[in-house]
Ligand binder design. Structure first.
Ligand code: MTE
Ligand code: HPA
Ligand code: MOS
Length: 768
């Protein structure tokens, strides 16, 4: 079945985000907007000023003596287990005895008001014994300090291929981290109930994991804990694992005091206390022929994991599985080093290691091009995945749906890329101060969680006797439009207008044992589960209608908010009432598991992705060689969305992801001092892109007539993360512009982010 042009809000319709008006008028409710319950405690975390220290003693007496202060709790007050690790074990919710980064929480102050708690937190006296911190990636690597066993992907015989290659190059590159900078900082409200029950409102992408974390910390079974979230004010991966800490601490206070407890981080506390995108350093060794075709490659990926593993193993797996990007590598070794440092634990961030994997391979291709006197685009051409002999990834998955070369060629010819390159060359000859650059970026992004077990979802649908529908599923809404898309699916199954469908909060007691809404797979998974639930109800309603009209079931048709048998019809609501009278259930759960996935995390082999999403961008930039400032002037994007579930939402996702990626690569720089304290913990020092950084010429095209080749929900493709990596064209174009400042003999020394300072240094160096 497919969408219909006749109902409002069918699959593929450009309906607006269900909360669009509420978002812009302030009517959308977030957790901190909920009316306060009587006796609610406000919480503030007490955090470490040292990157590494033992806590010898804590004296909370002065804090406790302050008016309004109800409690100061530490790890000693945890009734259950102090462990909220998402993958491995041994990651405490709150530091116990040892603090491992500047900002590591070790106590919670609870007071009647936020200000009271904030002031009291300053009075908690602590006796520390400082330990030597490990602050850099390389120092941790040299000391062999890792958060888990370093993994690698190996294919063929890279050493032999490197030795035999016509040409061989070595190099290094690094990319910075990124703060999520969601509009809504982390927040949780825990409300104690009778017995051991705990109701937790948590701004989380992963309600089930919050439920588990709260249950461990309180020492109560999962069935005592209910987690609810209507929407987040942005997540971007930052709310995939770490909200568990916030919620567990709120629940600990609520359980101890018997009062509702709310923990809402201030912006700077959120930036200091919670993890970010992993910054990486890379070394590479590549062998290739005269055409630039890669014969053998060895890449070392040094990741800043932070103080604990958190999701680092998943992130690293994705880096290892995206170090190929769109290119066939016959002999490859990708080595991952998850370095344990005394800095905050890094975590998921849109792209989840993919962007880092791609940036290194693109740098390598550019290096090869420079060496051979060819363009980056020429080198890509000879290395793209092909058919038959050239379609197996380093981790062993066969790429069967590859369209990247067609996609790139098409966009290049549509925008006259070669003509634009010439115009830029002319501009650069005529201008000394301003220099332009241009670059393309093709991407292939694997869709599915790297861990097969996570690729499942559930849904719960009720039809009421007035024909209105209640929709619930395991996915969470963070602005990406998931709830709208899933409602479109249900509208399409029943052929009723989307307005008849009530979109409800995500709750662990409605749909249990869910995965995080992540890996861009939200609509693929929950859309299918909701389809399944709605379809079960529809089958029962069809039976009732067939008996009513006295026709065969296959003569019943749901159309235009009605149900037809030939020329006779009932409204959907009349049939719902009739189904109730017939004592058939109007409620169903639905379930989905993605087929055909395999992954061995030890050997790093398998087919972890159900399919790939493809996209290509071309960005033109200009730099001011006197100040190092840059602008992205013109961007064209061609993105594969399969048969888009909602082109309007997808367009917004492409635009937002690209601009967020631009921020990562140009202006968002995380700076720590030599004691390991984050200096960039607010908007005054940490620069995210603003509306004026959006390219003035920004042409986004969604690939038409491109249904997914595998049966996803209405043949759509995931869109949430892939376009972030399209912004790598901005970074490559900046490198191109810097290269054009010199005589062509040198390559730019430029890592990401390409801040004005970094650009200025690179220009000075290339001109020296
Ligand atoms: N879009 C908005 N507006 N806000 C967000 O927090 N998160 C991104 C992406 N798009 C995000 C967003 C990330 S990291 C992911 S994994 C996907 O949305 C998750 O949602 P989906 O699977 O429904 O696409
Ligand atoms: N993306 C996001 N979150 C995840 C993934 C992934 O690929 N794997 C495990 N958690
Ligand atoms: Mo997205 S980083 O998978 O939450």
């Amino acid at each position: 079945m497919d969408g219909s042009q006749n109902i409002v809000g069918a699959a593929h319709d450009k309906v607006q985000h269900d909360s669009a008006v509420k978002h812009v008028t302030g009517k959308a409710l977030y957790i901190d907007d909920m009316p306060s319950l009587p006796n609610t405690l406000e919480l503030v975390l007490v955090t470490s000023p040292h990157a590494h220290a033992t806590i010898k003693s804590i004296d909370a007496s002065k804090a406790l003596a302050m008016a309004g202060v109800a409690a100061v709790l530490t790890a000693k007050d945890i009734a259950g287990h102090n462990d909220i690790a998402p993958i491995f074990e041994g990651e405490p919710a709150i530091a116990d005895g040892v603090v491992e980064y500047v900002g590591h929480p070790f106590a919670v102050v609870a007071a009647d008001t936020y200000d009271q708690a904030f002031q009291a937190a300053k009075l908690v006296a602590v006796d520390y014994e400082e330990l030597k911190p490990v602050l850099s990636i390389k120092e941790a690597f040299e000391k062999e300090q890792f958060t888990y066993t370093p993994p690698s992907v190996i294919k063929g015989d890279p050493d032999k291929a490197l030795e035999a290659a016509q040409h061989r190059l070595q190099g290094e590159i690094a990319c910075g981290g990124q703060d999520h900078f969601y509009l809504e900082a982390n927040v949780a409200l825990a409300v104690p109930g009778e017995d051991q029950d705990m109701q937790v409102y948590s701004s989380t992408q992963h309600p089930t994991e919050v439920q588990h974390g709260v249950s461990h910390v309180l020492g109560v079974p999962s069935n005592a804990v209910t987690v609810e979230i209507r929407r987040m004010g942005g997540g971007f991966g930052g709310k995939e694992s770490q909200p568990t800490i916030i919620a567990a601490l709120a629940a600990m206070v609520a359980s101890k005091t018997g009062r509702p407890a709310k923990l809402r981080l201030r912006r700077d506390a959120d930036m200091i206390i919670t993890g970010k995108r992993h910054d990486y350093e890379f070394d590479y060794d590549v062998g290739f022929d005269d055409d630039g075709r890669i014969a053998g490659i060895d890449i070392a990926m040094y990741m800043r994991s932070g103080n604990v593993a958190d999701l680092s193993s998943g992130v690293m797996a994705r880096s290892l599985c995206h170090g190929d990007n769109c290119y066939f590598l016959e002999n490859a070794r990708f080595r991952g080093y998850p370095c344990k440092t005394n800095t905050v634990s890094n975590t998921a961030f849109r792209g989840f290691g993919g962007p880092q994997g791609m940036i290194v391979i693109e740098t390598i291709l550019e290096h090869i091009g420079h060496h051979l006197g060819k363009s980056l685009d020429d080198i890509r051409k000879v290395n793209y995945y092909g058919t038959k002999d050239r379609n197996v990834t380093p981790y062993g998955q066969t790429v069967t749906d590859n369209i990247i070369e067609e996609l790139a060629d098409r966009l290049m010819s549509e925008i006259d890329y070669e003509g634009r390159k010439q115009a830029i060359e002319k501009f650069n000859l005529e201008n000394q101060t301003l220099k332009k650059g241009i670059a393309a970026m093709p991407i292939k992004f694997g869709i599915s969680f790297n861990m097969p077990a996570l690729n499942q979802a559930g849904a719960l649908v009720h039809v009421y006797t007035d024909g209105s529908v209640h929709l619930n599923h395991g996915g969470t809404e963070m602005g990406q439009g998931l709830f709208t898309k899933v409602a479109q699916v249900v509208a399409t199954v029943f052929q009723i207008d989307i307005d008849n469908i009530k979109i409800s909060s995500t709750r662990t007691d409605k749909v249990p044992n869910t995965s995080a809404t992540a890996a861009s797979a939200g609509s693929d998974l929950n859309g299918m589960a909701a389809y399944d639930a709605a379809d079960r109800i529809k089958a029962r309603m069809t039976g009732v209608a067939a008996r009513h009209f006295d026709v065969a079931e296959d003569e019943i048709e749901f159309r235009l908010n009605c149900v037809y048998a030939g020329n006779e019809s009932l409204s959907f609501a009349e049939l719902a009432q009739m189904t109730w009278e017939a004592r058939e259930s109007l409620s169903a759960t639905g379930f989905y598991q993605t087929p055909d996935l395999t992954w061995d995390p030890i050997t790093c082999t398998g087919s972890p992705f159900y399919y790939f999403s493809y996209g290509v961008s071309i960005s033109e930039v200009v730099i001011d060689t006197l100040t190092g400032e840059s602008r992205t002037l013109h961007t064209d994007i061609l993105q594969d969305c399969g048969k888009s579930l909602n082109p309007r939402v997808d367009y917004g996702q492409i635009e937002g992801a690209y601009v967020q990626g631009m921020g990562w690569l140009t202006s968002e720089e995380l700076v720590w001092n030599d004691k390991g304290a984050l200096l960039t913990h607010g908007p005054s020092t940490y620069k995210i892109p603003g509306s004026r950084d959006v390219p003035p010429k920004f042409n986004i095209h969604i690939l038409e007539d491109a249904p997914n080749r595998v049966p996803t929900i209405f043949r759509s493709k995931a869109i949430g993360e892939p376009p972030l990596m399209l912004a790598i064209s901005v970074w490559l174009a900046l490198r191109d512009a810097v290269a054009r400042c010199g005589d062509g003999s040198k390559r730019p020394t430029l890592n990401a982010p390409a801040t004005p300072e970094a650009l200025l240094n690179a220009i000075t160096e290339i001109r020296a």
